[in-house]
Design a protein around this ligand. Sequence first.
Ligand code: ZN
Ligand code: ZN
Length: 350
Amino acid sequence: MSDPLRPADALRRIAFLLERAREPTHRVAAFRTAAAVVDTLGPDELDRRIRTKTLTDLRGIGPKTGAAIVQAHAGEVPEYLARLEETYGELVPLADDVAEFRAALRGDLHVHSDWSDGGSPIREMAEAAIGLGHEYMALTDHSPRLTVANGLSPERLERQLDVVAALNEELAPFRILTGIECDINVDGSLDQTDELLGRLDVVVASVHSDLRAESAAMTARMLAAVADPHTDVLGHCTGRLLIPREQREGRRQRPRPESTFDAEAVFTACVEHGTAVEINSRPERLDPPMRLLNLAVDLGCEFAVDTDAHAPGQLDWQGNGCERAVECGVPVEAVVNTWPADRLLEWTAG
Ligand SMILES: [Zn+2]
Ligand SMILES: [Zn+2]
């Protein structure tokens, strides 16, 4: 940190470190919001606001964010940022074998933006992925039925494809793969038009509703989705939540147990149909549980180690999944996101 940070960048760095520290999302969001407000001010206007002490009159800037802006503007490292850097600036090093596994990953296949229930624009997610050394990231916002997560209608998804195409020209050689986290409907069908699913690079299919269904029904539902030719990855297969979590608009979700289904049948179908089993790295999910991950390894599944990131700092979470993958003996070559983009895309198209 030799060069002084621009105020907006300082605010974003604070948000990033707060995420790493697993602070509540509204706290993190306050810094991202303030950064967006600063982005809209010209340098003269920012000067004037600081001189006249009227920064906090702006909607989205409070005493804490305002103080950080003033300090960064003066060329100092904001105090709050300095304290966070001290504690969270360096990642706790991973064990050697886990670090090696993680280094083999070239991208992430499950990422949300503010088009659905993520907190940040596509570009910021992509830039964070680039910062982590990724070669690609599949943008997988939610499907229409998941209205609580602002799922994308076919029309909005079409528009997103144009936005991604434009960003890809700018960010090359990095590649945003087009994608979706598609709800698996109760009857096992996928919640998006066939035509659009066919155009996407990566389809992650996940169960988000009726999670307490009885085992036979849940198994049939998952088998149908896994066999769907559009499905590439089976997302967070048990749906469990280990710890409470905050959602948009301050709602809290309580922990919940795994869904029940015939895992052997579902993973066997994954092998048959070339669908990868996701190793979801979110700390509240860590899905599949170890015993199921071991079973999937024994059955010869392929895997995707994903973060399911809803904010840039969360793209860092792949280490959680890698730890579990190493512990369960997942062969690194069976992890589809260790493959170069071209090979990956051949596989998803197949
Ligand atoms: Zn999901
Ligand atoms: Zn997701």
